[in-house]
Design a protein around this ligand. Structure first.
Ligand SMILES: *[C@@H]1O[C@H](CO)[C@@H](O)[C@H](O)[C@H]1NC(C)=O
Ligand SMILES: *[C@@H]1O[C@H](CO)[C@@H](O)[C@H](O)[C@H]1NC(C)=O
Ligand SMILES: *[C@@H]1O[C@H](CO)[C@@H](O)[C@H](O)[C@H]1NC(C)=O
Ligand SMILES: *[C@@H]1O[C@H](CO)[C@@H](O)[C@H](O)[C@H]1NC(C)=O
Ligand SMILES: *[C@@H]1O[C@H](CO)[C@@H](O)[C@H](O)[C@H]1NC(C)=O
Ligand SMILES: *[C@@H]1O[C@H](CO)[C@@H](O)[C@H](O)[C@H]1NC(C)=O
Length: 268
């Protein structure tokens, strides 16, 4: 009797699993990808045309720009670089589109004409994705209001934020800063010219980023460098543990790329 019950349970579990796995990827993620495609293409774009369900294309893990975990079959990477068609204009971020991807580690949304987000659907809601390690928002049009939202994404190790403010040409005037992010290892803040005419620390709480290994501040116009980890970058030489690119950061006298390297931090 007991064995029969166990066997029945096993059969039930198997048939359930079969229901989930029949498309190769998880049904909820399959649906979420289709919603995402619809949103990216709104109102009449044609990107990601291979994201369809038909007799031959059943496994969404094999769709372009999607990578799944080999073990759980959940989506772990979405590489959506330059997907939104230019003619469709501005795109507003909607966090709910990404939350079904519970194991997402790496999200690239660079070059997609993102300008902001719809109400209550901001980037900060991605903090629910506990595994999110890499976020690339480069070459969009976010202004500095995004910095405190990004500060909520405490699992991030990589943040790509090249050329955002520049494209908006908006003179910033806000107390928004990027802070926290103690796991951050790489911050690419290259090319955010038009907000950064104050001190570096007025925008980036660099002292919080205790695991930072690489910081790219090229093509900004920070008026002064502040003191990072209590050391003024102008005087920093050997030995190297943190790589900072300051091309055109200080006073912007030339377009050359002097690389300034920080000494090993005492608390590393
Ligand atoms: C199924 O979709 C793929 C694109 O992912 C397409 O190449 C193929 O022709 C489609 N097959 C059918 C039967 O519609
Ligand atoms: C998944 O499997 C493929 C093929 O066996 C392998 O190349 C790839 O590295 C694996 N990916 C992960 C994340 O383990
Ligand atoms: C945001 O995305 C979710 C999930 O697809 C959707 O239900 C919701 O309607 C979207 N919100 C707006 C304002 O488009
Ligand atoms: C995230 O994905 C992009 C595109 O495949 C890749 O270039 C990058 O190295 C990945 N980042 C991390 C931290 O894995
Ligand atoms: C992030 O996007 C920028 C701009 O497209 C690209 O240059 C950079 O290599 C990307 N970062 C990663 C880790 O792929
Ligand atoms: C920036 O905001 C402060 C406080 O709101 C204000 O006093 C100042 O005039 C503003 N500066 C510019 C350039 O708009």
């Amino acid at each position: 009797m007991g064995t029969k019950l166990v066997a029945m349970l096993v059969m039930m579990v198997l048939s359930l699993l079969n229901g989930w796995y029949c498309l190769g990827c998880w049904e909820e993620e399959n649906v979420a990808l289709l919603h995402l495609r619809e949103n990216i293409n709104f109102p009449d774009g044609e990107s990601l045309s291979s994201w369809v369900v038909n007799e031959t294309a059943t496994d969404c893990c094999r769709w372009e720009s999607v990578e799944c975990s080999n073990t759980t079959k959940r989506v772990i990477q979405l590489n959506l670089f330059n997907i939104r068609e230019r003619a469709l204009g501005d795109w507003y971020f909607n966090a709910s589109l990404f939350l079904p991807f519970r194991e997402l580690r790496n999200l690239s949304l660079n070059s997609n004409q993102l300008v902001g987000w719809i109400e209550n659907e901001g980037i900060d809601r991605l903090s629910k994705l506990r595994n999110l390690e890499a976020l690339n928002l480069s070459w969009n049009s976010f202004d500095n209001k995004i910095l405190s939202s990004l500060s909520r994404l405490s699992s991030l190790k990589y943040l790509g934020f090249q050329y955002n403010y520049l494209m908006r040409k908006k003179i910033s005037n806000s107390s928004e800063r990027l802070f926290g992010l103690t796991k951050l290892e790489v911050l690419d803040f290259n090319g955010n010219d038009d907000i950064s005419n104050g001190d570096i620390l007025s925008i980036l709480n660099l002292n919080d980023f205790i695991n930072l290994k690489e910081l790219d501040l090229s093509y900004n116009q920070f008026g002064s460098s502040g003191t990072i980890y209590g050391v003024s970058p102008e005087f920093i030489i050997y030995p190297y543990s943190l790589l900072i690119s300051f091309s055109c950061a200080l006073l912007c006298m030339s377009r050359s790329v002097p690389v300034i390297l920080l000494p090993a931090l005492p608390y590393h």
